[in-house]
Design a protein. Structure first.
Length: 153
């Protein structure tokens, strides 16, 4: 049997599959979020607002196996917009079918079609499996990330 991989925009009917894959992503990073974060994030992914996140889903033979979330935004170092690939996840049992690469390529294609000049993302240093792919499709930069939590008062 030939494997048939498709990449498409996330739709309302994908909620159950997206929940499962998003949970897998969070579990990989040893994180958990309350249900309201799931609800808010999924609504954002379905928004028609050009400033909101967008989402893709990878299907292998009709089964959802991967997700990507990305955001187009302005960049002070470029006249064109930039695209941030925030989340990329492929179910561990489906890895090796090319879904991760296909999701990155589709984000890049869509971002370029909308005028973005750069696609970038972050990953954890220990994410060795993903980094093997990333080293093939992009250039590692020397940037270090810092987080400063802000009060919501």
């Amino acid at each position: 049997m030939t494997n048939f991989l498709t990449i498409r925009a996330i739709e309302q009917s994908d909620r159950e599959s997206w929940d499962r894959l998003w949970t897998g992503y969070l579990t990989f990073y040893k994180a958990a979020l309350p249900a309201r974060f799931y609800d808010s994030s999924f609504v954002r992914l379905l928004s028609a607002d050009a400033r909101e996140y967008r989402g893709l889903i990878a299907e292998l033979n009709g089964e959802a196996i991967g997700i990507a979330h990305y955001l187009l935004h302005r960049d002070m170092w470029s006249v064109e917009d930039t695209c941030y690939l925030q989340d990329l996840f492929v179910d561990p049992q489906a890895r090796g079918a090319g879904a991760g690469r296909a999701l990155i390529e589709e984000v890049a294609r869509r971002a370029e079609a909308e005028g973005a000049s750069l696609l970038y993302w972050h990953t954890q240093e220990f994410n060795c499996t993903a980094r093997k792919l990333y080293d093939q499709v992009a250039t590692l930069t020397p940037f270090v990330k810092y987080d400063k939590p802000l009060s919501l008062n």
